[in-house]
Design a binder for this molecule. Structure first.
Ligand code: KG4
Ligand code: ZN
Length: 339
């Protein structure tokens, strides 16, 4: 089954053609990062307008790259939430229009479920790779979400813990902004941290012994207090602060994930979402999982951040279960995982 999937929940306009929920024939992402950078964050109104400009060319490029036309597409999947409503509506309306015009089945997909499905994708000519078996533990860390979930089956999740305030990626972005590193700053902090000393700046380690929920806002405040006392550093001192901050974020994520592995007895783990691109996180998790004999699965970098191929992967299973959306499909800003 060839699926055309659309994703427009935040600041990437994306379309992909995916076969049988795993073989990626095309995966086109048009980023709006440059558009939002001067404002230090995503401006919803600008995002919606940019999606409107980009969605048709992005869909055309995805079909073209897949060597397909709409005649060869069997069904459509689209992100219906969570995200910015005005941004989501562009993808939802476009998908509905194509489905209506071509009489194709349509399914709405939860963006978070998309992130947790990215690990099952492979490139067109790539042989089938080792994917997590169900049930497994999922750590989802993105710009908008931080959650620990038991992935029981495709589309079937049990939430173990989530953030009480900022998401992990949001914490990276806010600290990057304070440091004058531009938007979004997660990848910049990651790059600078590589040459820094993680023990150089003492920062609080939040949420010790507090179940499986996360918290990052106290850490952000501690960085702000450090900057107020010492000024914004540059050079080696900046690298040290980035390394220290990143270390504490990764340490909290790892500590809670280990607790969840112990609590559930699960032996396989996937880490998904934009923050899974973080090299410090990847190294720390690889080391700890190796030590514990836990099988770790992390998608390639381009599949950690927002894309439409992951929406196709999740949509495929929804379609297989007989789920269909009609033309009343709507965008929803807050949509819990599992809905
Ligand atoms: O999953 P994603 O593309 O969008 C959401 O659904 O939120 O995640 C974007 C987030 C941003 O906060 C960005 O700063 C963060 O992922 N990010 C990183 C890295 N690359 C992207 N954070 C830390 N290290 C990275 N290398
Ligand atoms: Zn995302």
């Amino acid at each position: 089954m060839k699926l055309l999937a659309l994703e427009s929940s935040c600041d990437e306009t994306a379309a992909a053609v995916v076969e049988d929920g795993e073989r990626v024939l095309s995966d086109v992402v048009s980023s709006q990062v440059a558009l939002h950078r001067p404002y230090g964050g995503v401006v919803p109104e600008l995002a919606s307008r940019a999606h409107i400009r980009q969605i048709v060319p992005v869909v055309a490029a995805a079909l073209d790259e897949a060597g397909a036309t709409l005649d060869g597409i069997d069904a459509l999947a689209v992100t219906r939430g969570p995200g910015l409503v005005g941004a989501l509506l562009v993808g939802v309306q476009t998908a509905k229009a194509i489905a209506f015009a071509r009489r194709l089945p349509l399914v709405g997909v939860n963006h978070l479920e998309g992130h947790l499905s990215a690990i099952f994708l492979r490139d067109r000519d790539e042989p089938a790779h080792d994917v997590p078996a169900f049930p497994h533990l999922g750590l989802l860390v993105s710009g908008g979400h931080s959650a620990l979930v038991v992935c029981r089956a495709p589309g079937d999740y049990a939430l173990l813990g989530s953030t009480r305030d900022d998401a992990a990626g949001e914490a990276f972005d806010k600290v990057a902004k304070m440091l004058g590193l531009g938007y979004p700053g997660g990848a910049t902090i990651d790059r600078l941290a590589r040459t820094g000393d993680a023990r150089a700046v003492r920062l609080p380690r939040p949420m010790r012994g507090r179940g499986l929920d996360f918290s990052f806002s106290g850490l952000k405040t501690a960085v702000a207090a450090h900057l107020a006392a010492h000024g914004v550093p540059s050079g080696a001192a900046l690298a040290d602060l980035c390394a220290s901050f990143q270390h504490v974020v990764v340490e909290q994520l790892l500590r809670k994930t280990v607790a969840a592995l112990e609590q559930t007895g699960l032996r396989e783990l996937q880490v998904a979402g934009g923050v899974a691109a973080n090299s410090g996180l990847r190294e720390a998790f690889a080391r700890e999982c190796e030590r514990r004999g836990v099988r770790l699965h992390v998608p390639p970098l381009r599949r950690c951040t927002d894309n439409a191929a992951m929406i196709a992967a999740a949509g495929y299973h929804r379609l297989r279960r007989g789920e269909r959306a009609d033309l009343s499909l709507n965008a929803t800003a807050t949509l819990p995982l599992g809905t």
